[in-house]
Design a protein around this ligand. Structure first.
Ligand code: PRX
Length: 671
């Protein structure tokens, strides 16, 4: 796996062409990284003092406390600060006219520049609206918004007054929104009449109303008018209009002094079991992680125009559209559209129109654009770009090469950034000015990150001396400021998921290899999490959506490789009674997943089977389903015991071995 490395493009190190990178040699990286893991207290104390503004300082004696073993992590616990102040006020005070955000609306040609001065006023007005409606420090607020500046205003307004936001991606269904609002006991929902994406209307208020019918904690709905469609339902006793509320409010609102460990937000994410969990991030540590990682990994410099094409509904949007870039005082882009609307040159138009210096997107988008041909890219200059980022799933070398040569023209750094909702900020990544890259490798740990590769069976660290590649599960040996502190309402689940599987370590849930150059290669999830286009879903979540359908008796969801989306979901279902028209039952079951979770979770295929492959003790042998769904076992194999053993391993514990043939036949039929 030790493939030749791509050196840092010479242009990035040429001071006549580009600003000098913050880290411009491997020696400097190694020195900083070593200091950060050997002396995390000293390293993060310095970073926190020199880069964040504090209301009252933290104590030098208690920079960090707690451990993974106890799950009682805290950073800077004596300090107080406010995230909105750090992201807005301090920059507005220096230069209120510098641009904080560029809103690139769905329709090309429609964009708006928002200065730090305007951002301050808008966020303050909305913070006052929240206060007027009774929101206080510690209250939870749900945000279900399209990709408009008001989504960011709402998040920052919560941060300003100490409310805890829970952003729910606008592609989630009414049921999913309801579950999240009920779990978090949200008092307020902030949403919009409708969203616009790729020329299509998303009926947000209509979906929200369905969710609200079963969300008793929500007292007030603040409705932002995106399209102005008059048919949008409005409940006069519960709903108020964003614009009508803001116009009456003063454009200044004092910042609430927040303890470093007060929660800043929660964000629901899928794990290997049951319902999604509300991962809780706190104030100072999260902000420091977002600030530091954005600065070094995207090599931000004053005047940069940084574009992360994610959605604020995911952690990438939180850390790398809103908090990280704004804490650094650069210009961040909010992109409402899709990479292919109105055609596949949209990203490149945005890059050239706004002169983006960094572009951050997901492998799925890169693969989709690559398929549509180079011509869309080639007609654009893209000269302003210095750093190209990838996130959310493993990037295959072909997509990496295309990103590097066709988009980057060999003149940009490609950073494959690995992290998770729970880590809050990037943990494995190249740095643009120093790290030689290998297509498909996330390369090396970021500052403060002390990685371990563990043997999944013994739980012991796999020894590494650089003489040969090692593989195992990826874990963190010591805490980082931005790591999640708890699961909302269920700290025991936090301990069970992350801290207890390997005592003393934080368990990522991912498999990884470390090659002879010390580089890390992320291999994907080792638990029951499926990653479709960078969207994280659990098999349990999909299965419980399926079994709520009256026709479905049992279900099992598996992930298979997919050229475009990385992974795709295939579900196997047994029915309560025989149906002659299996195709229409399968369609109904597929629809069931769309309505219970969201359109993005719709399985690629639903295979109706007579039974699932179970052991005599009743456990489903998922590997049989995975291999059958992935087309790895053929009907010819079934007749050959050796081929079956080679492909499926030992299946002698199956209660009914003939089920394998049935499943393979059904997969074939389902296409
Ligand atoms: O499996 C890893 C994959 O995405 C998971 C985290 O998903 P989520 O919490 O939704 O956060 C997505 C944005 C960070 C990880 O456990 N993943 C993320 N980035 C990469 C990746 N897999 C491989 N390479 C990456 N760069």
């Amino acid at each position: 796996m030790s493939v030749p490395a791509h050196p840092v493009p010479a242009r990035l190190l040429d001071a006549t062409q580009c600003p000098t990178p913050h880290v411009s040699s491997m020696e400097q990286y190694k020195e900083m990284h070593e200091e950060s893991v050997k002396n995390p207290v000293g390293f993060w104390r310095k970073m926190a003092k020199s880069n964040l503004d504090w209301i009252s300082p933290f104590s030098d004696e208690t920079v960090t406390q707690g451990s993974f073993s106890e799950g009682d992590i805290a950073w800077f616990p004596q300090g107080t600060l406010n995230v909105a102040y750090n992201c807005i006020d301090r920059h507005a005070a220096k230069d209120p006219n510098s641009v904080a955000m560029i809103f690139e609306a769905d329709e090309p040609g429609n964009h708006e520049k928002i200065t730090y001065g305007t951002l301050l006023r808008e966020v303050c007005r909305f913070a006052n609206v929240l206060k007027k409606h009774g929101v206080r420090k510690g209250d939870t607020v749900a945000i279900y918004m399209p990709m408009v500046p008001e989504a960011a205003y709402a998040m920052l307004a919560c941060a300003r007054i100490g409310a805890v936001h829970s952003v729910v991606f606008a592609g989630f269904s009414a049921d999913a929104l309801r579950d999240r609002m009920v779990d978090a006991q949200c008092k307020i929902l902030i949403t919009a009449d409708q969203g616009l994406r790729g020329g299509k209307v998303v009926h947000l208020k209509k979906i929200a109303d369905e969710a609200l019918a079963q969300s008793p904690s929500v007292e007030r709905v603040i409705l932002f008018q995106r399209t102005g469609d008059e048919k949008v339902p409005f409940n006069a006793t519960r709903d108020v209009w964003w614009h009508e509320e803001c116009i009456t409010q003063r454009p200044y609102c004092p910042c609430e002094p927040m303890n470093a460990e007060d929660p800043l937000f929660m964000l629901y994410t899928s794990g290997s079991t049951g319902k999604p969990k509300g991962v809780v991030h706190t104030t100072a540590g999260y902000l420091l992680g977002a600030y530091t990682s954005t600065k070094y990994i995207f090599d931000l410099h004053p005047g940069d125009i940084y574009g992360c094409m994610a959605d604020v509904g995911w952690i990438t949007g939180h850390s790398y559209i809103v908090y990280g870039p704004l804490a650094n005082g650069v210009t961040t882009v909010l992109f409402e559209s899709t990479p292919t609307y109105p055609d596949a040159s949209r990203f490149w138009q945005v890059v050239d129109t706004h002169k983006l210096t960094q572009l951050y997107t997901a492998p799925t988008a890169i693969r989709a654009l690559r398929r549509l041909g180079d011509a869309f890219v080639e007609k654009h200059s893209l000269e302003s770009l210095r750093v190209l980022g990838s996130v959310g799933e493993p990037i295959n070398p072909e997509a990496w090469d295309w990103y590097n040569t066709v988009v980057g023209r060999g003149r940009c750094a490609v950073v494959d950034t690995y992290w998770q909702t729970e880590t809050g900020s990037i943990i494995v990544t190249p740095l643009p000015g120093c790290t030689p890259t290998k297509p498909g490798a996330a390369t090396l740990p970021f500052f403060g990150v002390d990685l371990a590769i563990l043997d999944a069976n013994t739980g012991k660290e796999v020894p590494y001396d650089g003489s040969e590649e090692i593989t195992g599960v990826l874990a963190l040996r010591q805490t980082i400021p931005s790591i999640a502190r708890t699961v909302y309402g269920d700290h025991n689940r936090y301990l069970d998921t992350y801290m207890r599987p390997y005592k003393g370590f934080y368990f990522t849930g991912d498999g990884a290899a470390r090659d002879t150059d010390g580089y890390y290669w992320i291999k994907g999830r080792v638990d029951d999490v499926i990653n479709v286009s960078g969207h994280r879903m659990s098999t349990a979540e999909i299965e419980s959506a399926l079994i709520t359908h009256p026709a479905c008796a049992e279900s099992a969801a598996v992930g298979i490789a997919d050229d475009l989306t990385g992974q795709a979901v295939v579900c196997f279902c047994t029915l309560k009674s025989h149906h002659a028209d299996e195709a229409s039952v399968a369609a109904a079951l597929r629809f069931q997943v769309r309505t219970q979770i969201g359109p993005f979770a719709a399985p690629k295929a639903i295979v109706i089977v007579n039974d699932l492959p179970k052991t005599r003790s009743g456990k489903i042998m998922r590997r049989i389903l995975r291999k059958a769904a992935g087309g790895e076992v053929t009907l010819e194999d079934i007749e050959d015991d050796d081929a079956i053993r080679a492909k499926l391993g030992d299946i002698s514990t199956l209660a009914d071995p003939s089920i394998v043939k049935h499943i393979v036949e059904k997969v074939k039929k389902a296409g």
